[in-house]
Every structure is written in structure tokens, then in C-alpha cells.
Design a protein around this ligand. Structure first.
Ligand code: LMR
Length: 395
């Protein structure tokens, strides 16, 4: 029995994290997985999360009942507002939002739902993209293709080529787009480009599926939510997956959401029902604690403002680290083109390093990057900056 089971090749991000943990070198630096580390190199517990915890403990210290299949009602309402802004009530009725098991869970529930109603559709993801996009959509039974995304300079979207690709896709093709802080490149579409993409989706009846795991880590929550809000305004049907892992530093709580923007309230109601069915047959209902924390913060004016300030603190530290790494590398090797560090946004930079160079950097300098050449800017701090700059300047 099970003789035929082949070895798991590992995951490009999570398995590397295991390797990092078993590396005995004291000087090791983790710039691989998308964790926000503070200046001390620790994954912080936000003050607003601590405050929400105490508030929850005071009110409801022991009840651990199941949540509804689509999650915590107060969470769903607050999250819809956070993502879509103060949409007019008509628009809000057309949007279904359910709690999910992190951003990955949202993508998978969305993918399962789409496979059921559009079994012949194919999925297109950006080249490059987060590795797990490919795995999640293929896992749901879709053929996954790649559309052109980054131009030769590595600092701009190859927008004409991307649109030309979308322009020949059959109706009901699913196009996966990163709402902001593109992972791994850190290069985003401009508002005008988003408008053109959604217009094309409308003309060709494509289904945009936005992934928003870093909302607020680029330019600010409202700025980074442009694509999500433009999708809703465009009057097209689309999906939005969102994660609270990074922006609330709640990784292990597995808290995220899936929204589906529908044409009418009646359709939204039926979609909501089918999504609940998808959840029930996968994991029944989502976990409670993380959603309660997020709902407590987002539904309290004071805590919400404090949280926005904490998020701004994270964003600013990452910008400082980008600038500092750029300056250090240039100091060591003025010839090296590292302009990309300044042009890219969010948690990641895409170095253009080959997998072989990444392996050498890991082996010789104990600096861990993803083999696609992605570095997590949030893993940098004053004490590892020199070592990282030295390593990068050699390649
Ligand atoms: C990443 O891209 O590093 C994060 O989103 C973590 C993950 O699950 O891969």
C-alpha cells in the first residue's frame, strides 16, 4: 500500500524556511518568507492586537463555539468596508465577503467555486508570481498559464504585452492579479492601467481574481485598495482574496477573506450559499480567534486608527531598509545596477539573481533568498545590512 507515493519535492518558500531553521550558522539572515520582522529581528505582536486580546478576554473568556460557515459576521462587515471603502449600500449588497483560512484559503475556496461553475476555463497568472498561485489553481484542477508582467528593465510592468495577451483570451478566462505590492516583483499597475484592465475584462468577459495580501504595505490602505475598489465600480464580476497575516502580524491565526463582486443582489445571495457549501465540505467553518481580533480592531474607531499607525510604522521601516540597502550596495560596488530596490514597493524586491546565485549566497554568506531571486525587505535591519549588502554586491 502507498508504494506508489512519490516524494514531495518541497515548497519553494516554506521548505526553505525549514532549511533556515536547521542552519547552525549564527550569522544566518532570513530574507526568504514574507514575514515582517521588526528592527530587532522579531515578528512583532502589534499593540492593537494585544489591546484587542484583552478586550476579548474581558468580554468572552471561554466560549469557543463554531463560527458560521462564512465566518464571523462582524468581521465580514468590517472587512468588506476595509477592502471596498464606503461603497454605496446598493453596491455592498452585490458583494459577498466570507472569512477564510488565510489568503491561501480564500484563493482555494474561490478556485473550487470557479472550477464548479466554469470547468472549461483556464487560469492566467503573472510571470513571475507567488509560487503557491500555480499550486493552488492547478490543485483545484485548472490549467494555469502565465501572462507577461515585468519588462526587461525589471522596474515596470510590460503593460502593452500584458493587455495584448488578455485581449486574445476566451470569455470566462480567470486572470489572477496582485492588487498591490506584487509578489515577488514589487512592481504594481498604475490606477490608469487598472482601469484599462477592468475595461478589457468587461469587454471580453474575463474573470479577474485579485490577491491582496499586503494592503497598506505599499503606499497606504486606501491607495493600495485602488484596484479592489475600481473592480467594484467597474460593474464587472470578480473575486478578491485577502490576507491579514502580514498587515496584522497574525500569521498563525490564519485569517483572511474572500469577496465576490456580483452583478446583482440575487446572484450574490446564491453565490454566498454555494461558497458556504464549499467551505462546509472542506473545513466546515473557519477558526474564531484571529477573526475576532481583526473585527475588534476594525470595528473600534480608536483601535483602527492606532492599527493604521502601526501599519504605517512597518511600511516606513521597510522603505528605510530599501534605501539603506541601496546605499550600502552602491558604496561597496558603485557599478552595480540596484535601482530596482528603490522602484519596487512593499515587502519584496526582485533582484533578478539566478537560482544558482541565490544558492551561492546562501551557502557562502548564510543569507536566505527565494530561488526566484526574491528578497524580503522586512528581514533587513541595521545589524544584518552590511552582511546582506556584501553578499549582493558580489553578484
Ligand atoms: C510569502 O510569499 O513568502 C508568503 O506569502 C508566505 C507564504 O505562504 O508563501
Amino acid at each position: 500500500m502507498f508504494e506508489q507515493v512519490e516524494a514531495y519535492p518541497g515548497d519553494p518558500i516554506l521548505s526553505l524556511m525549514d532549511d533556515f531553521h536547521s542552519d547552525k550558522r549564527a550569522e544566518k539572515v532570513n530574507l526568504s518568507i514574507g514575514f515582517y520582522y521588526d528592527e530587532a529581528g522579531l515578528v512583532p505582536v502589534l499593540d492593537t492586537v494585544k489591546a484587542a486580546k484583552s478586550k476579548l478576554d474581558a468580554v468572552n473568556p471561554s466560549a469557543n463555539l463554531y463560527l458560521p460557515m462564512d465566518g464571523h459576521p462582524a468581521f465580514r462587515k468590517a472587512v468588506q468596508q476595509y477592502l471596498f471603502g464606503e461603497a454605496d449600500p446598493q453596491a455592498a449588497n452585490r458583494i459577498v465577503t466570507l472569512q477564510s483560512v488565510g489568503g491561501s484559503g480564500a484563493l482555494r475556496v474561490g478556485a473550487d467555486f470557479l472550477k464548479r461553475y466554469y470547468p472549461e476555463s483556464q487560469v492566467w497568472v503573472s510571470d513571475p508570481t507567488w509560487d503557491n498561485h500555480l499550486a493552488i489553481f492547478s490543485g483545484a484542477g485548472f490549467s494555469v498559464n502565465r501572462y507577461p508582467y515585468l519588462d526587461e528593465t525589471g522596474s515596470h510592468v510590460a503593460f502593452e504585452r500584458m493587455l495584448a495577451c488578455f485581449d486574445q483570451l476566451p470569455a470566462h478566462t480567470i486572470v489572477l492579479l496582485h492588487a498591490c505590492c506584487h509578489n515577488p516583483t514589487g512592481i504594481d499597475l498604475t490606477p490608469a492601467q487598472w482601469d484599462s484592465v477592468f475595461e478589457l475584462c468587461r469587454q471580453r468577459s474575463l474573470i479577474p481574481f485579485l490577491d491582496a495580501a499586503y494592503l497598506g504595505m505599499g503606499d497606504g490602505v486606501d491607495e493600495d485598495a485602488y484596484a479592489i475598489r475600481a473592480l467594484a465600480k467597474a460593474g464587472i464580476t470578480g473575486l478578491v482574496a485577502n490576507s491579514f497575516s502580514k498587515v496584522f502580524s497574525l500569521y498563525g491565526e490564519r485569517v483572511g477573506s474572500l469577496s465576490v463582486v456580483c452583478k446583482s443582489e440575487a446572484i450574490a445571495e446564491r453565490v454566498s450559499g454555494q461558497l458556504k457549501g464549499t467551505v462546509r465540505t472542506n473545513y466546515s467553518n473557519p477558526p474564531r480567534h484571529g477573526a475576532e481580533l481583526v473585527a475588534t480592531i476594525l470595528n473600534d474607531d480608536e483601535l483602527r486608527e492606532e492599527w493604521r499607525a502601526e501599519l504605517e510604522g512597518m511600511r516606513n521601516r521597510m522603505i528605510q531598509m530599501r534605501n539603506a540597502l541601496y546605499a550600502k550596495v552602491k558604496e561597496i560596488n558603485p557599478e552595480l545596477n540596484v535601482e530596482y530596490l528603490l522602484q519596487q514597493k512593499g515587502m519584496f524586491s526582485y533582484t533578478g539573481l539566478t537560482a544558482e546565485a541565490v544558492d551561492n549566497i546562501r551557502e557562502q554568506h548564510a543569507v536566505y533568498l527565494i530561488r526566484s531571486g526574491r528578497i524580503c525587505i522586512a528581514g533587513l535591519n541595521e545589524s544584518n545590512l552590511n552582511a546582506v549588502a556584501n553578499a549582493l554586491a558580489k553578484y
